[in-house]
Ligand binder design. Sequence first.
Ligand SMILES: NC(=O)c1ccc[n+]([C@@H]2O[C@H](COP(=O)([O-])OP(=O)(O)OC[C@H]3O[C@@H](n4cnc5c(N)ncnc54)[C@H](OP(=O)(O)O)[C@@H]3O)[C@@H](O)[C@H]2O)c1
Length: 391
Amino acid sequence: MSKVLIVGAGGVGGVVAHKCAQVPEVFSEIVLASRTLSRCEKIQKQIARPIEIAQVDADNVPEMVALINKVKPDLVLNVALPYQDLPIMDACLETGVDYLDTANYEPPDEAKFEYKWQWAYQDRFKKRGIMALLGCGFDPGVTNIFCAHAQKNHFDEIHSVDILDCNAGSHGHPFATNFNPEINIREITQRGKYWENGEWKEIDPMSISMDFDFPECGVKRAYLLYHEELESLVQHIKGLKRIRFWMTFGQEYLTHLRVLQNVGMTRIDPVMFEGREIVPIKFLKALLPDPASLAENYTGKTCIGNLIEGVKDGKLKKLFIYNVCDHAECYKEIKAQAISYTTGVPAMIGAMMMLTGKWRGKGVFNVEEFDPTPFMEKLNIHGLPWIEKHL
Ligand SMILES: NC(=O)c1ccc[n+]([C@@H]2O[C@H](COP(=O)([O-])OP(=O)(O)OC[C@H]3O[C@@H](n4cnc5c(N)ncnc54)[C@H](OP(=O)(O)O)[C@@H]3O)[C@@H](O)[C@H]2O)c1
């Protein structure tokens, strides 16, 4: 029996609130807080169980501290934006409450996400006797857990990992992003990077691609991107020689993105407009569809998985472990689209692992540092069943 404080009432926050509400034996009390209270009210109305709501600006540490002191949660589950990671972690330190998130911190004025800012909290969390679980969505999150599961059950040594993320769905808009537009576009437009033979290799954005036959989605072109789980997996997976991350994009999406970039609409630095400063990418976000609003008419499926090669008992071995998620099924269940769903379900399960004592520790952790088995079991129960294909 625990009380969870969810921060952020966007596409992912809605899923987390719904999925926590489905497990009253763990999440006996739920509070959903966000910058805009009406977003919390909308989600509150969709959920049959009573949940509490609150308004908070999570960038403001004293405001977060006051909310935590009032609510007295056992865990703060952060599904606001990466900019809020550090202020929320500061508030958790001050109040002595555990923390979980799904995306690593990035500074607003530089499109660069790295774990160094959050890993720097290690000693302070340890000393305070509390736990932070970082990156517990699907990717990062389940993709890290797939690696830990493969390491535990299938390989003596993992040599290469290709994380493959495909959205073969259709939302009917010429251009929209499936999670927060600002964060999504910052991620895609930065230089690509992968790790091979002990060093990071940088490439121009979207300059390497390959076709991959995704189960239930078909052959799609996937582009090599830098993604945050690469940083922690390089530290935690034994014998790793190469790790890369790939994401599929349709031609329509890429054409729109190229035009937006060319005209300066994806810039993250302020420009003067009619006597006041605006940040073009924030203005663009205001024009684009809200990711949660895509859910109603979304059709098609996502397939996200890890292609893993390595050695078991002296023999080379290759495994693809993946999940397929159907946008329309997610909408039917909890009024969400599959990208929010595949992020929110693992965040709920991560919280469950912490609150039931299956995953415990003092300090700051990435998900692959814990036993993957209880988490993998819960994925099958809570809407994200996984499949292993030995190739
Ligand atoms: N690991 C993964 O697999 C994965 C995948 C997708 C997304 N994510 C992460 O999930 C998070 C949420 O994504 P999303 O698609 O749900 O985004 P979203 O729909 O834009 O929702 C973000 C929510 O956070 C709220 N928020 C923003 N700043 C805040 C502040 N200062 N204080 C309080 N609330 C604030 C927003 O409030 P307003 O309504 O007022 O704007 C909004 O409701 C992001 O960090 C994203 O990077 C992770």
